[in-house]
Design a protein around this ligand. Structure first.
Ligand code: BGC
Length: 753
């Protein structure tokens, strides 16, 4: 390895010498001047090459358009036909490709290397939805920082993350990749992730360009079906879906990715309202916009563009700078410009944004800054990173139910059965969107527990297969349960069951896992059920029958250790759900910040007569979720006793201070996320029954009482009014606080005219 590093360094010095003599970066000009002088010498073909972004050979997340010749990338790079490659990695490999660009291509423009570094790199962090359950912005930022440290050492300078699409529909497979259903929480997380990836300055060797995606409203496909049509009101778009993208932009994100979906009849990659009116004009975003995989070409399938030429023109005119995988820009734009159908100034603007990104990343000064074999060797899966991953993972676990004091497990158990397809499973702990994590690396649940509880013996039984309905493993599992004092049932979804292209119409336990749970239940043994999954599941039977349930999502490299920390009580769980769990699939989409309707059903389900029938409700299932947004238990017990306001009315330029008293009534130190919600009781448009406006994670020692303070200002009372202007309206509001969206404390305030 040392030899390789030495060789690489030599190459770097040599090539830099060559490059610097001839590149526009050698002068003391500003980057804008440098870009302009570079643009002035570029041919039409070279310009278009800077907009052409292709996938490398290492892995694909969509259909590819080229068949391989082994040196195809070398040729494309040398000829200036690509701006970079994505889903490639490795310091030596990326340096080799970069060398071709900066030594053999005419203009020596360095390459971008992009990748879906979504939740960790070689150190795999918890799934994004899992991390969101921590409500811990420092932890989330740290996870992104570590991912940046590792991926930049391996040559990557551009991550297609964070994905900030809100989703209220757990059937959609990509809820796993986002931060859940709430715009406020998701906005905080978007900011933390952008800061984590981009660090203090993009030009540093351990930071990379982040990408807010998928713009916009990709998380609202009809019926939760992947890539389906999105048809929502402008108010819903602006109040629910847009805030996290905006938060990412405000945090200084370098790039934005368009979405596959159409939004209100126009595909996102040609949507002027989204890309021009909102992104560029309203939000003043000057960074680079990249399409999603072939999404420019797919505008033909959508029935929006008549042909490739029209698709290219529409996307570029709308402001999509870079074409990921359609190859439509490179094929069509020269002709469009030559025939006067496209203004060359538009092309120049797109190229300018790409070149500016490359300057900002420091690539013109040192094209090898991100390809560092020595740093790669010491950084990837370092002890420090794995320790942090374990801590972030345990913070991401949500305790859903804990009856009969089953948890934490006491150390006197002689024999415990670990049953289910995920008990001994390593690969699925990496979760969806974890291409860089290796299948054999994660710590399994069984491994974690064996280390944590050396005096207990564990019997492991798979119980069933995930992908067929064969019952041949059931009996062995029942036998294992009968031989043990306690059963840990580890059930859920494999990694390919969530993520892109993984919508599910039935979000119960896949395969015959429900049957497995019922068979084990019949043994009468105490059961702790661990969920391994990438979305909220409809598990009402489980909730009704199993005394202890722990949501572990997928927790990455340190999964088993983090789970053992929580099960043994080494770590007191503190996670809270970022998405509601339905009782039944028929309730989906289900979300806490819904409207009241004219006939709300708040009453008792046993109430007879018309009062109960002609209400907004189902005949067969309750309205409420199984577990609400913001919910999660601890081994400590917290009580909320008092909410004090410094005044009960305010003018628009004033604030109200809310103080909430919270006590840890247990004998255990613990963390609690105190949540603040507000409801506007009457307005020029109807408002949700509550909206999250603030939260604070507090640590309370055993028996400690403390207060948490929030300040209500006019922003918290504002919304898009009937005329779509942003602002507040005088009137009454409810202020609510508690440990979940099912809040306990409530007070009324008035906003004065
Ligand atoms: C996904 C993007 C991803 C891209 C590149 C697409 O299929 O929608 O989120 O960044 O592939 O892998």
């Amino acid at each position: 390895m040392k030899i390789c590093h030495y060789l690489l360094s030599t190459l770097v010095v040599l090539s830099l010498t060559l490059f610097c003599c001839q590149s526009p970066s050698s002068s003391s000009k500003t980057s804008t001047q440098k870009v302009d002088s570079l643009l002035s010498v570029m041919t039409l073909e070279e310009k278009v090459g800077q907009l052409n972004f292709l996938v490398g050979d290492l892995f694909n997340t969509g259909p590819t358009v080229r068949t391989a010749e082994s040196d195809k990338f070398d040729i494309l790079i040398r000829d200036g036909k690509i701006t970079g490659l994505f889903n490639v990695h490795g310091a030596a490999y990326t340096a080799r490709l970069q060398k071709i660009a900066v030594e053999q291509s005419r203009l020596k423009i360095p390459l971008l290397f992009g990748a879906d570094v979504i939740h960790g790199f070689k150190t795999v962090m918890p799934l994004s939805l899992a991390e969101a359950s921590s409500w811990d912005m420092e932890a989330i930022e740290l996870a992104a920082r570590i991912a940046a440290e590792e991926s930049t050492a391996a040559g990557i300078n551009f991550t297609f993350a964070p994905m900030v699409d809100i989703s209220r529909d757990a059937r959609w497979g990509r809820v796993s990749e986002g931060a859940g259903e709430d715009p406020y929480l998701a906005s905080c997380i978007a900011e933390a992730r952008v800061n984590g990836f981009q660090g203090k300055a993009l030009s540093e060797a351990n930071t990379l360009a982040a990408c807010i995606k998928h713009f916009a409203a990709y998380g609202a496909p009809i019926a939760g079906r992947e890539y389906n049509t999105v048809d929502i009101s402008e108010r819903t778009l602006r109040e629910i879906y847009l805030p996290p993208y905006k938060a990412g932009i405000d945090a200084g994100v370098a790039t934005v990715m368009t979405a596959f979906n159409e939004l209100n009849d126009i595909p996102a990659s040609g949507n002027t309202y989204l890309l021009k009116d909102i992104l560029r004009n309203e939000w003043d975003f000057n960074g680079m916009v990249v399409s999603d995989w072939q999404s420019i070409g797919e505008m033909i399938e959508h029935g929006y563009s008549a042909d490739s030429m029209e698709a290219a023109r529409q996307a570029l005119e709308t402001g999509v700078d870079m074409d990921m995988m359609s190859e439509i820009y490179i094929e069509q734009i020269p002709e469009l410009v030559k025939t006067g159908k496209l203004d060359v100034a538009l092309l120049d603007n797109a190229v300018r944004r790409v070149l500016e990104l490359k300057y900002a990343l420091g690539l013109f000064d040192n094209p090898y800054i991100y390809s560092d074999t020595l740093r790669e060797k010491v950084t990837l899966r370092s002890t420090e990173h794995l320790t942090a991953a374990r801590d972030i993972a345990r913070k991401s676990i949500v305790l859903l139910k804990n009856e009969k004091q089953l948890l934490p497990l006491h150390s006197n158990y002689k024999k415990i059965a670990i049953i289910g397809p995920f008990g001994n499973n390593k690969e699925d702990m990496n979760g969806s969107w974890s291409f860089f994590g290796e299948a054999q690396h994660p710590v399994s649940v069984a491994e974690g527990l064996r280390t944590a509880m050396p005096n207990t013996s564990f019997i492991v039984a798979e119980g069933c297969n995930l992908y067929n309905d064969k019952t041949d493993k059931l009996q062995e599992a029942v036998k294992a349960a009968l031989q043990s004092e306690l059963v840990l049932l580890v059930v859920g979804e494999s990694a390919p069951m969530h993520g892109e292209g993984a919508s599910r119409a039935d979000i119960g336990l896949p395969g015959i896992q429900q049957r497995l749970v019922e068979e084990i239940y019949k043994t009468g043994k105490p059961i702790v059920l661990l969920l391994v999954n990438g979305r909220p599941l409809a598990i009402e039977w489980v909730d009704q029958h199993i005394p202890a349930i722990v949501e572990t999502w997928t927790l990455g490299s340190e999964a088993g250790n983090a789970i053992a920390d929580v099960l043994t009580g080494e770590f007191n769980p503190s996670g809270k759900l970022p998405m509601s769990f339905p009782r039944h699939i028929g309730q989906v989409p289900i979300f806490y910040n819904h409207k009241n309707t004219g006939r709300p059903y708040l009453g008792d389900y046993s109430e007879p007569g018309a009062e109960r029938v002609y209400r907004s409700r189902y005949r067969d299932v309750q309205n409420t979720p199984l577990y609400p947004f913001g919910y999660g238990l601890s081994y400590s017990t917290f009580t909320y006793t008092n909410m004090v306001l410094d005044k009960t009315s305010m003018k628009n330029n004033e604030t109200i201070t809310v103080t909430v008293t919270i006590s840890n009534t247990s004998n255990r130190d613990g963390d609690e996320v105190v949540q603040l919600y507000i409801r506007d009781l009457a307005g020029s448009v109807t408002r949700p029954i509550k909206e999250l406006k603030g939260f604070k994670k507090v640590h309370l020692k055993a028996k400690e009482t403390s207060t948490v303070t929030f300040t209500i200002d006019k922003e918290m009372l504002s919304f898009y009014r009937a005329d779509m202007s942003w602002g507040s309206e005088p009137g009454k509001f409810h202020v609510m606080a508690g440990g979940s969206s099912d809040t306990v404390l409530k007070q009324e305030i008035t906003l004065l005219p």
